[in-house]
Design a binder for this molecule. Structure first.
Ligand SMILES: NC(=O)c1ccc[n+]([C@@H]2O[C@H](COP(=O)([O-])OP(=O)(O)OC[C@H]3O[C@@H](n4cnc5c(N)ncnc54)[C@H](OP(=O)(O)O)[C@@H]3O)[C@@H](O)[C@H]2O)c1
Length: 321
């Protein structure tokens, strides 16, 4: 099979398309003829050796994909050859992926493989922050940073579907239109505007009930400042660096909360199923669409990762395998 492999850690330039044997199905696992792999910002950390999971060289990046089930291992129930599925796994920048059956989700016929590949990580991350870590509801004001990005544009839609007022932030004005198109009530440029002051102005000095922050250092402190009483900032990434150390006593000023979120905490739990069902329900109702910003062939993986790091991308970038 063709796969995108790297033999040494580094930037996108270390990625090369190679021909290697396809994986063999094992008990509890599903072999998928992969048609599309979703790119995640974390892939850029993975190939640099800076992600929680370290590469075992030579290794293949990729955490999610979508295709047709080719074979299932002993003990797998409910997933059959020929099914169209999306999956969370490892080494998904490849024509075949092997995934644990627990992380394989059948996709509806009207969902393309590109949309399927865009679904698992970004949608479940956004869904669990808003419905598991928090309970977003009508009347809430939700600030979504990097709102035009993969997780961001889904979070905007899920918050909107729950009846919240959504303030999206972006670092480039050109990305504002797509945030509005998918439900952003207000869009701020956090590079050129004081977003905390703007959030206070827009909310008549009350502040935001929920802030979803994966930017980190430049947005975290200001975010705490513009939380409403009892408001909650969820930190789930560090695109622009880790936040500075923070004095938690400041949380008493307005009874606010800060928490962190990483998707793997729900893997293999009942919550995982709730997130998949809840997200597909929103998709069926037309309240949640996967936004595939750009597709690339496998050989385009270096360019795709460069584009993801450039801050210019909108929605999800997908490799077609
Ligand atoms: N905790 C979890 O389980 C989890 C799961 C998935 C993703 N994440 C995190 O969520 C964030 C979004 O992930 P994604 O895969 O959907 O990517 P993405 O949003 O499609 O792309 C990354 C975006 O991050 C923003 N960004 C901020 N500072 C940046 C910098 N210094 N360099 C490059 N981009 C920067 C950019 O938007 P603006 O410039 O407009 O802000 C950029 O478009 C990432 O930080 C990722 O690590 C966390």
């Amino acid at each position: 099979m063709k796969a995108v492999q790297f033999e040494k850690i580094g930037g996108p330039e270390v990625l090369k398309v190679v021909d290697i044997p396809k994986p063999e199905v094992r008990p509890g696992m599903v072999l998928i003829r992969n048609h599309a792999a979703g790119l995640n910002f974390a892939d850029t950390f993975f190939i640099r050796g800076e992600y929680a999971i370290k590469p075992r060289l030579p290794d293949i990046p990729g955490m999610e994909g979508s295709g047709v089930v080719e074979a299932v291992g002993e003990g797998v129930e409910g997933i059959k050859p020929g099914m169209r599925v999306a999956a969370i796994s490892q080494r998904t920048y490849a024509e075949y992926i092997l995934a644990s059956a627990k992380f394989v989700f059948p996709i509806p016929d009207n969902v393309s493989f590109e949309e399927g590949a865009a679904f698992p990580i970004q949608t479940l991350t956004a869904w669990h922050m808003l419905h598991t870590v928090e309970k977003v509801k009508p009347g809430h004001t939700v600030v979504v940073h990097s709102a035009a990005g993969g997780v961001g544009i889904v979070a905007v839609q899920i918050a909107k579907a729950a009846g919240a007022r959504v303030i999206g932030t972006v670092s480039q004005d050109g990305k504002a239109a797509v945030v509005r198109e998918y439900g952003g009530d207000e869009v701020l440029n956090y590079e050129t505007q004081d977003f905390a002051a703007e959030v206070m102005r827009i909310t008549n000095k009350r502040g935001a009930d929920i802030i979803l922050d994966a930017v980190g250092k430049p947005t975290f402190e200001k975010g705490v400042k513009c939380l409403a009483p009892l408001g909650h900032l969820i930190l789930y990434g560090r695109g622009s660096g880790l936040p500075d150390p923070f004095n938690v006593a400041r949380l008493m000023e307005k009874s606010t909360r800060i928490s962190g979120f990483v998707l793997p905490v729900v893997y293999g739990t009942e919550l995982m199923r709730a997130g998949v069902d809840g997200s597909f329900a929103l998709m069926r109702e037309g309240k949640l669409k996967m936004v595939v910003g750009k597709t690339y062939p496998l050989a385009g993986a270096p360019d795709a990762l460069r584009f993801l790091s450039s801050r210019g991308s909108v929605g999800k970038l997908v490799l077609q395998a």
